[in-house]
Each structure stands twice: as structure tokens, then as C-alpha cells.
Design a binder for this molecule. Sequence first.
Ligand SMILES: [Zn+2]
Length: 337
Amino acid sequence: MQRTVFLFAVFLFISGCGSTGPLDRYTCCRQQPFGTPTKPGELRVTFLGNSTLFFSDGEEHLLIDGFISRPGLLQFVFGHIEPDQGRIHAMLERLDIEERSLKAVIPVHSHYDHVLDAGEVAKRTGALLVGSPSTLTVGSWSELPRSQMRNVAENPKLTIGNYQLTFIKSKHAPAGPLRQFFGGKLGAKIDAHSRPPLRAGCYHEGVSYSVLIEHGTQRILVHASAGFAEDALAHPDYQADVVFLGIGGLGQASPAYKRMYFRETVEAVNATTIVPVHWDNFMRPETPGLKPFTPLFDNFHGAMGFLVEQADTSPNRTLIILDSWEQLNLSRLSGRD
Ligand SMILES: [Zn+2]
């Protein structure tokens, strides 16, 4: 009985009484012409909610995370989760991926809201699954052969098709014991002997990475979790034009933490464009009109307010927020190519 009351309290805590305001509040960050036609070879990215990002140059594609199933709150709290084959099929159809054109699926760490579907997506498309040993455990559940997986602990630099990838060890955003119980432990590996369906809390972090993507003259950093390893990105080789910056939990952090996070990520790599990720309620489908979590669970506007302030005070920096399925032409952003 006590356990039920506890779980119900958690349910209320997470679900709250509705969502906060729409993206229209951030007109300053919605000025880009999304979805404009692209020339062959231009690199674009499609935002698919949370930190799932589909990069494409029209010929070869990369998928960060590939988290598609997005199980609902009740299933997250009370149930066991596994890839939703119907949703995966529908998304891959809509992305219109030709045979073998998806080169890699890259979960940034192994919590379920990043890794859950990665093995299935790799299996269906023939893409490589790239990540930590915990991520590869998830790949083994989809019976991927070893030849279709890359362990970045052994190979932090990889060239895959038209893309060069560098994996830089990072640190996950801080998470209290309740979040770790329900959402997976920090610093722990996924148990290789378990099999889905599993509690969401069985998908442990593994290792968190920042991923530097180089494509032609484009340099993009995906930093999806709002934590940082001190000075990890302060290296001349890690400069990037654009940062996809995780802001989950950032709004609840202290002003000092927010400033430090910004310094250790955006400023460390000298990025001129910031695109927030990991801001939407990933327990709802990824249909356009994404909504943040309730303020009881996360402070989306606190994080966005901070980023708007930072962009306002540095004229060379642009902040762009994407709704799901919106596409950004990265080649035109930086004025290159
Ligand atoms: Zn996580």
C-alpha cells in the first residue's frame, strides 16, 4: 500500500497539471526559415524530440540517439518498457531512409530516453550502432552482430561515411536518488544478462559523451546532457560552429552552475549557434507542438531565459529552438559551403 501511495505521488509529481507555454514565447529564437529546400551536399538536421537528431547531407545520414518509442508516464512509473516496433517503423518510413544510407545510430549515453530503440533502428537499417559498452549491450538485445557495433571506449575517433566523429567523455546532469531509481543510475552499466521489457530504471547511464561531428567544413557538437567534465572541451581540436545543447534539468540549477555549464560547453568550443535539446516532455509522442515537462519536474523557461540572456549579451551568438520535425540547414547557418 505504502509503495502504491509513493508511486502515485511520483506520478503526480511528474505529470503535474499541464504543460507550460508554447515556443511562441521565444520569437527571438524562431527566425530561421525552417525546412527550406537544400542543395545537394548541404548538411541539414531534423529535430525529432529529446536529443534525437537526424543529420543528412542528402546521401548519408547519422542518427543521434534514435529514441522513438517515448513510452508514456504510466508505463515509465509502473510498467516495463521495450522498443515500440510500430512507432519505429512509422518514423523510419517518414524519414525515407534508403537502404544502407543511415550510417550510424549514436546514443549519447544509455539511459532509456536515449538508447531504448537504438539497437532496433540499427537492425532495421543496417546502420552501425556506436557507443559505450552499455549501449552495445542494448544492441545485443536486437541481435546485432559485433561487426555492426563500435565501442567508442576503444575508438573515440571514427570516420563513418562522410562524417568524422570524436567522442569526448562528459558528465551527466546531476540527478537525485528518485530520478536514478526511476530513470537509471549514473555511472552504472546496464546488466548484460537482463533482457527487455525492463523497468526504465534498468537502463543505466553507462558513459556520457559529447559528440563532435565533422562534415566537410562543418563542425557540430552534440552535448545532450546538462552536465560537464571540467575542461573536457577546452581543446583547440574541439572547436564547433553549432552546439546542440542539453538543457534538461538546467532550469533548476543555480545561476553559478548555469554560467559554468555555458562556459564549459558553448564558450569552450566557441560556438556561434546554440540549439537547445532535451527540453520536451519525452513521455508524449514527438508530434509537432512539443511541450516541456511541467514546472514541477523541470524549469524549461528558467533554462531558456538564461540562454536568451546569454545570446542577447553576445551579438555573435544565435539561439535557435526547433519544434519536432523542423529542419535546419547547417551549411547555410555558418555561411560556409
Ligand atoms: Zn540521462
